[in-house]
Design a protein around this ligand. Structure first.
Ligand code: GDP
Ligand code: MG
Length: 333
């Protein structure tokens, strides 16, 4: 690519960043799309965005589909705003790559928080770009942070590994359960239990909400016996907004706990370290894939040689890396 072409492209993206920083919601949306699609120039944008971030607090909500996460997030956003904070929502929706914007747009319009013009709601699909969902989400969080959000709420169905990775990166994780989902406690045993900082029993208007809360308490007692932070269990009726104030209170309590214990800082340091390694790794993989002798160009001839035991896969990999190193030295990343 010609240098001028790259410069033009980068200056377009950087202008978008400037507009976003000045408060343009349109530029904010465009920028997130650009980064989600890994368009050229997104890296330059993210570099600039980083210097404007202020450690927005990230809350993740996870739970089976239909437990009322969207309804709850909506209510939470309105309450957080009422308390004087700026809030953004990221809804990770596995169905969105195919249903596209229209359906989600309608649903978003139905939410009461979307009428509040300064609550920003963004849906993201689980389609995996190179960096994957967690990197795309992390970038979106940074953009929302730089835009001025104090809180970012992330809703995810918490089914696939990619979604669990996202939820692991949040500051406070809220696990949403509902009565009547049968062996839900069983699925919690299988991993969600450890990641929950706060448990919500939503649909507390239904039967058996107290029993579910009791079951969770018993389990937590066994798991958290001696820990400093024992996850609170909060009953909510999201459709009516009942329990939402208490939930926000507990989120703020958890934040206080993380700050005072130094855990928030260590969490974030660990996250930055992981992120740097992830970015470096993806860049190298990208480079190998695009290099003349990269993974996409493993020839049939080479594969045949390996099948015939004329060569081994280890030597073949070393050769790819050798060629790649040459390319690597000739150009910059
Ligand atoms: N009875 C009752 N229904 C609820 C409550 N919260 C949400 N719902 C309903 O549960 C359904 C699923 O809600 P949604 O927020 O889309 O769940 P999500 O899939 O977890 O995001 C909707 O029909 C909601 O109106 C609640 O507290 N009580
Ligand atoms: Mg939902």
């Amino acid at each position: 690519m010609h240098l001028t072409e790259k410069n033009q492209r980068d200056s377009f993206v950087l202008e978008l960043v400037d507009k976003m920083l000045k408060g343009s919601v349109r530029a904010l949306g465009k920028l997130i799309t650009l980064i989600e699609d890994e368009c050229p120039g997104s890296l330059e944008a993210l570099k600039k965005v980083y210097y404007h971030t202020k450690d927005a607090y990230v809350v993740g909500l996870t739970g089976a589909p239909g437990t009322g996460k969207s309804t709850l997030v909506d209510r939470m956003a309105v309450e957080i705003k009422r308390q004087g904070f700026k809030v953004g929502i990221i809804a990770i929706d596995p169905s969105s790559p195919f249903t596209g914007g229209a359906f989600l747009g309608d649903r978003v319009r139905m939410m009461s928080s979307s009428n509040e013009n300064d609550i920003y709601i963004r849906s993201m699909g689980t389609r995996g770009s190179l960096g994957g969902l967690s990197e795309a989400t992390a970038s979106t969080v940074k953009i929302l942070d730089a835009f001025g959000k104090d809180f970012v709420l992330i809703e995810t169905a918490g089914t696939g590994q990619a979604e669990v990775d996202v939820i692991k990166e949040t500051d406070t994780t809220v696990v949403v359960c509902v009565p009547g989902l049968g062996d839900e406690i069983q699925t919690m045993k299988a991993g969600v239990m450890e990641i929950g900082d706060i448990f919500v029993v939503n649909k507390a208007d239904l039967q058996d909400a107290d029993r579910l809360a009791g079951d969770i308490e018993t389990m937590l007692h066994m798991a958290y016996g001696s820990k400093e932070w024992i996850p609170p269990i909060i009953k909510t009726i999201a459709t009516e907004g009942t329990g939402v104030v208490t939930l926000i209170e507990e989120i703020l309590n958890h934040r206080e706990y993380l700050i005072k214990s130094g855990l928030l800082k260590s969490k974030r340091i660990r996250r930055i370290k992981q992120e740097i390694m992830e970015i470096a790794k993806n860049k190298i993989i990208d480079k190998i894939n695009n290099s003349a002798n990269g993974a996409n160009q493993v020839s049939d001839e080479l594969l045949n040689e390996i099948m015939l035991r004329e060569k081994d896969p280890y030597t073949a990999a070393e050769e790819i890396i050798g060629n790649f190193t040459e390319v690597f030295q000739k150009s910059h990343l």
